[in-house]
Design a protein around this ligand. Structure first.
Ligand code: ADP
Length: 163
């Protein structure tokens, strides 16, 4: 059985992420969302556990989706599964170069790890976690970009930081 692995920082999870996870859950029997510690991203807004809990909450209605955390190489995580397929969302041409490089690097590290890309839904092509964070930090209204189930938590977190 092929397992789809949807890796990402999800800091925070956005409607764009949820769309990719939902679509992967229709294409694969089993989907694991892997919330990763990304060494390239200097500091995170939410902890790994908070991000995992948020993704669990927004995917609770999808029985074939589970959520995990990982602080290492993605290929090492993927190797736990038989025939793993990494699923990534592609928003725009600007995503392509990085994603292409990552897919080829992962393939070099472990040839059993395939990567496939799902084109972002046109409603979410502009949407990113960093954009949401920027709006939130400057007091803007970010509600329309994130799933309703986590809005209150994000507001609480932002309020806690600004005190
Ligand atoms: P990373 O730190 O690995 O870039 P992200 O949390 O930013 O993690 O993204 C996780 C995955 O979700 C990536 O495949 C990314 O391309 C995809 N993604 C992020 N935002 C969107 C969006 N608006 N539409 C579709 N895919 C998205």
């Amino acid at each position: 059985m092929r397992t789809a692995i949807c890796p990402g920082s999800f800091d925070p999870v956005t409607l764009g992420h949820v769309d990719i996870i939902r679509r992967a859950s229709k294409l694969f029997e089993k989907v694991v969302v892997c919330v990763v510690y990304n060494a390239n991203k200097k500091s995170s807004f939410l902890t790994l556990e908070e991000r995992k809990e948020h993704v669990e909450r927004v995917t609770a209605d999808l029985p074939n989706v589970t959520v995990d955390t990982w602080s290492g190489l993605l290929v090492d995580y993927a190797a736990r599964y038989e025939d793993p397929v990494v699923v990534r969302g592609l928003r725009a041409v600007s995503d392509f170069e990085y994603e292409f490089m990552m897919a080829l690097t992962n393939k070099k590290l472990n040839p059993i790890v395939e990567t496939i890309f799902l084109a972002s839904d046109e409603r979410y092509t502009y949407l990113s976690s960093s954009g949401v964070k920027e709006i939130a930090f400057f007091g803007g209204d970010f509600d329309q970009f994130v799933p309703p189930e986590i809005r209150e938590d994000l507001h609480r977190k932002i309020d806690g930081r600004s005190q």
